[in-house]
Design a protein around this ligand. Sequence first.
Ligand code: ZN
Ligand code: ZN
Length: 482
Amino acid sequence: MKHEICGMEHLHLHTDFSLLDGFGTVEEYAKRIPEINQQYLCVTDHGMMAAVPTQIRECEKHKIEPIFGCELYVNPLQRVFESDAERTVYRKDLSEADQKAFGLGSHLLAIAVSEKGYQNLVNLTSWGWLNGKYRGKPRVNHEQLLKHKEGIIFTSCCYSSEVGRAFDKLGSDAAEEKLLQYVDMFGENYLLEIMMLDFDKQPAYNTFIISMHEKYHIPIILTQDCHYCHQEHSHNQRLMLMIQTGRTLQDIKDAQLAGDTKDLFELQDANLWLKSEDELNDMWENKYSKIIDYEIFKAAKRKTVEIAKLASGVKLDRSIKLPMFPDADEDLKEKVMQGFKWRGLPTRSNYLDRIKREYMLITSKEFSSYFLIQKMMIDEARRICPELLGWGDGSEAVGPGRGSAVGSLICYCLGITDVDPIREDLIFERFLSEARGGKSMKLRFSAKPVQAMIDQDYIEEMGYENPNLPSDSLPATKAYTE
Ligand SMILES: [Zn+2]
Ligand SMILES: [Zn+2]
């Protein structure tokens, strides 16, 4: 039977930013989406929105539109704790059931449908990393969701949502209660979500979700929970999950031989690629036609297009937010000249020409303030480090430099790096050139001065209102410097 093609957009999709739970890259998805006749790339990574810059760039390249989302981790018991010890005490005081529940991070799909919604999503993910991080997962609580719900569409999400977990542990009545709690929180901005997975508990869960649709008339969307772009990447996704769970291929083989694979998360689905509507129709026909009524199936697909249209056109303010100092060019010149002397550099033409060339380029790109800020941060780190450690001369605060910034003689003169690029034969243009827009410096500080700078609101003093700390895998300093 050939089914109607009524249009469908993927609204639940993980990239490799989903920390060991997404093999597909933004580049692959953006290339593939027009090939399957879709127009939007909606990224909903686990707990973070780090894919956004690449997403925008790749969407422009492939003439599709970006939609910004996130699969948030939610735990209603999460609070702001001053220390790990405070959290431990809080947890110990909870009832036994809540102590268990405190360990969970339930999933909630969130899609920004306006600029305000995007800002709210950024706020939520930042709050999660700053205040809600537990066992590596950034969690938000219901209060934060309520505070930042404007401009966001939320869905009932997957089996690991609060609703799904209630359904699994306590049955449909408890799941219904949970679901109504979400309807209460988000009203019309809360949608139901069905998926056609191999996962053996999914069919019964879909049946429950559809019953809620019939009872409360909440619209449903169909998603694929994409974790990679192509079917053949299913194996790679599985290997990636094994890194996360710490299992080996032998463990999997042993479990298969013993016939005990039901708890193996890695084996639950080989069905998570970016499917075309035809492929989704096939899946419905082969596995889900008895569970999802055809009219509901079609309406759930169409609803994704409606949401995609609603969420498209969110324009982000991408102007550079660097504080600009008055007379920054002059100030930079002065500090470079002082540094040149301080380093004891020779006044030979190769040094002088190089300094001039770098300076011209930096000022023409209006980066003088940026270089001065880098210098201020490093000077401050060097100043407070001996105080904090109780020893040393400050050189322990920061490494000799990393990345292409070590190719800058101006960085060397300013004390940002400790490498003379002329002596080491390093090229400045790898860092900054006429042709390229600009590059950021990636600095590494030892942990203590960084924490001290955060504690002293030093970063805010320089004009950064909301320094974003994306995750452990992206060092805080990187976020500050970019
Ligand atoms: Zn999920
Ligand atoms: Zn997901």
